[in-house]
Write a protein that binds this ligand. Structure first.
Ligand SMILES: Cc1cc2nc3c(=O)[nH]c(=O)nc-3n(C[C@H](O)[C@H](O)[C@H](O)COP(=O)(O)OP(=O)(O)OC[C@H]3O[C@@H](n4cnc5c(N)ncnc54)[C@H](O)[C@@H]3O)c2cc1C
Length: 651
């Protein structure tokens, strides 16, 4: 960012000020600072909630709802040093403890006293941090840019005859005429899918309660009576949120009894029946263990390997064929390195390691090598065992399955307590978390063919990796075990199917592999977030752009099945993230970034350094296009910038 890329006056609107919008504002300011004297930047931030926290991280939500990221890892600042860098949540908690942060609610101060690097803080606490971070950014950037906040929702955007953009904002704010618009709308509003519409209308017709996919913090659970059966469909992070809201938020308490957590009901809880395809709730997340945050240096799935893959299979990449063997070999390496030390000590490891490196994943050579050093099946890494814990087993009743699930979670908690240096299982899950950025680089922007994306990512790897990597912090699993023990939560089992039974006018849930598991209930909660699918948008801005042909859903190309596989992501250009219109032309003054691009960037989230680079590329392009001063030298510098991004995008 050292070259002067833009000259003159420019006004950029950022729509949505959650974490990504905050980062976008940060990088716009960084761009202005690096063009000081040449560029006069105004930023209009449009957000109906308090900027920084936005909607997801509102401070006024239940404090019992936790982040699933460790405090030391959660940040909205780019790595320093610069005036625009700032603390992680853990560093901020230390600042709060030291009295360096004013104007916080007393609850924040009390909580800050207990925050350790590995703490999973309440979402409301993270929200307080994000609100502070936004205010801090505005202060730090005052020399670089003028930032105005508009507390409303953007409802439409149109082209003016001079190329500028007219953004209409509700709440009486009206029109903002700007040079460029960046959409960082995160989980924007979408309508119900057709299965959800059927459930909703059945519920309405018969006076039942149906809660469709949504953020649990926003669900109205007040109509759920004490003791009433409730079906929770889904066992991921939203499941844990609903369980918390229906138990401790209703006055129940956990108490330590001889080293075990016990649940003391308040008497106002419903009885929660929960199930999913896998049947087992997400296990504890790896990086909350004491050694979970170690950097990981890949040996087989390297950036160079990903680049080579993308170059050798342009447009026809296949995840299972091309990426998975490298990833599985990498994770196998992680597993057997720790397992070797645990079982054999250090002697002879070089010989094993050289032979492992020389063999392909799942080749007979590799299998023989593993069998030689790890003769018992329990010594080996088994994808199926770890991702489908119940495998194809049958259970005679839900109680037997409940015991199985409890035992499974206890063993994973023990592994987590051992940490990634002593538990080979935890080492794999922690490494997988780190490696997802490389997987993202391998698949993003047509890295693999559309059919492979649908089959291998959407229908297989995404679920598998979320189960292994995205679990809750340990306290949530300990609580779940206490609730299972108390009979407040009951698991229906694997391959649970939820349906609506017209004869009994109730919702039902039943596992295909657990006998006597059928339950009926007047309440059904689809415990997951809705997917941000542009084709289903009810957000007025996205919906109106779609109707006008000003944006479209991304199609992942597929030479074998043209035109490819459509995903719900907003379509953007590679490198600078300009919105692509329905006729395929990019709009030079409109950009989008973050959650709405998941189908393009891959469903795994994006690591912080890449987020910073992407936002830098958008900032440079938006300002240069907005000022209309793209000179030969700035064009060159922008190409360099875009090139940096391409390298990130391509590995
Ligand atoms: C309940 C929940 C819990 C999560 N927990 C974690 C976690 O623990 N760790 C983690 O890493 N990730 C977590 N995530 C993932 C989450 O997506 C990201 O952490 C983060 O919130 C994404 O940031 P964002 O700014 O892209 O989107 P958001 O946080 O969704 O912010 C987008 C903002 O855009 C605003 N907006 C939308 N439409 C308009 C409009 N038309 N006009 C103006 N403003 C608009 C919204 O009000 C919102 O504030 C969680 C997500 C959810 C929903």
């Amino acid at each position: 960012m050292s070259a002067t890329l833009a000259r003159g006056r420019v006004r950029v609107a950022v729509v949505g000020a959650g974490p990504k919008g905050t980062m976008m504002v940060n990088r716009l300011c960084a761009f202005a600072a690096s063009n000081a004297g040449a560029l006069d930047l105004e930023i209009d931030v449009v957000e109906p909630f308090v900027p920084g926290a936005g909607r997801v991280w509102r401070v006024d939500q239940a404090w019992s709802l936790l982040m699933n990221t460790a405090a030391a890892e959660a940040t909205v600042f780019p790595p320093g040093p610069s005036d625009l860098t700032g603390p992680s949540v853990h560093d901020w908690a230390v600042m709060v403890r030291e009295g360096l942060v004013d104007g916080l609610p007393s609850r924040c101060r009390e909580f800050a006293a207990a925050v350790e690097p590995q703490t999973a803080v309440p979402r409301a606490f993270y929200g307080a941090y994000l609100e502070w971070a936004f205010r801090f950014l505005v202060r730090q950037a005052r020399e670089a840019a003028r930032i105005r906040v508009h507390r409303g929702s953007a409802v439409s955007v149109t082209d003016l005859s001079n190329g500028r953009q007219r953004l209409l904002v509700d709440n009486g704010i009206g029109a903002l005429d700007v040079d460029a618009v960046v959409l960082t709308q995160g989980h924007y509003a979408v309508g119900l899918g057709s299965p959800e519409r059927v459930k909703a209308s059945a519920a309405q017709e018969l006076g039942l309660i149906y809660i469709p996919p949504m953020c649990a913090a926003e669900a109205d659970l007040s109509g759920i009576a004490a003791g009433a059966p409730v079906i929770l469909n889904g066992l991921g992070l939203s499941f844990y949120d609903y369980v918390t809201l229906l138990t401790t938020e209703r006055g129940g308490r956990f108490r330590l009894d001889a080293g075990r957590l016990r649940y003391e009901p308040s008497g106002t809880e419903p009885v929660i029946y929960a199930g999913s395809e896998r049947g087992v709730p997400y296990p504890v997340r790896a990086d909350f263990s004491p050694t979970g945050d170690q950097p990981y240096v890949p040996r087989f799935l390297t950036k160079a390997a990903v680049t080579a893959l993308r170059e050798s299979t342009p447009g026809v990449g296949d995840f299972k064929r091309d990426v998975w063997p490298l990833l599985a070999k990498e994770l196998g390496w992680t597993f057997y390195t720790v397992q070797y030390a645990r079982l054999h000590g250090t002697g002879g490891f070089e010989a094993f390691s050289a032979r492992y490196a020389a063999a392909s994943w799942d080749s007979s050579r590799m299998r023989d090598l593993i069998a030689e050093f790890f003769p018992q099946p329990w010594m080996r890494w088994d994808w199926d065992r770890h991702t489908r814990p119940a495998a194809d087993r049958r259970f005679r009743d839900p109680a037997e399955f409940g015991d199985f699930a409890t035992e499974y979670h206890r063993s994973v908690l023990d592994e987590a307590a051992a940490g990634v240096t002593r538990s080979p299982h935890r080492a794999v899950t922690a490494a997988l978390r780190r490696l997802r950025e490389l997987v993202r680089l391998a698949v993003c922007h047509h890295g693999i063919a559309g059919s492979s994306y649908r089959r291998d990512i959407e229908n297989w790897f995404d679920g598998l990796s979320k189960f292994l990597v995205w679990g809750p912090p340990p306290v949530r699993v300990e609580e779940l075990l206490a609730l299972l023990d108390a009979g407040v939560v009951r698991l229906t089992g694997p391959r649970t199917r939820v349906a609506f039974d017209r004869d009994t006018a109730a919702f039902t849930a039943e596992s295909a592999v657990v006998d006597q598991s059928r339950v009926t209930a007047d309440v059904l909660i689809d415990a997951r977030l809705p997917s941000t699918d542009v084709r289903n948008a009810t957000d007025p801005l996205v919906a109106s752009m779609l109707a006008a042909g000003d944006c479209r859903a991304h199609v992942i190309s597929d030479a074998a099945a043209p035109p490819g596989y459509p995903v719900g992501s907003l379509d953007v250009t590679e490198n600078v993230f300009t919105l692509v219109r329905s006729d395929g032309r990019a709009h030079p003054r409109r950009f989008a970034y973050g959650v709405p691009l998941r189908g393009i960037l891959g469903p795994f989230g994006t690591a912080l350094p890449a987020v910073v680079e992407h936002c830098d590329a958008i900032a440079a392009t938006a300002c240069a296009t907005g000022t209309g001063t793209v000179t030969a030298s700035s064009g060159e510098a922008m190409t360099r910038l875009a090139g940096t991004t391409r390298q990130v995008g391509h590995g």
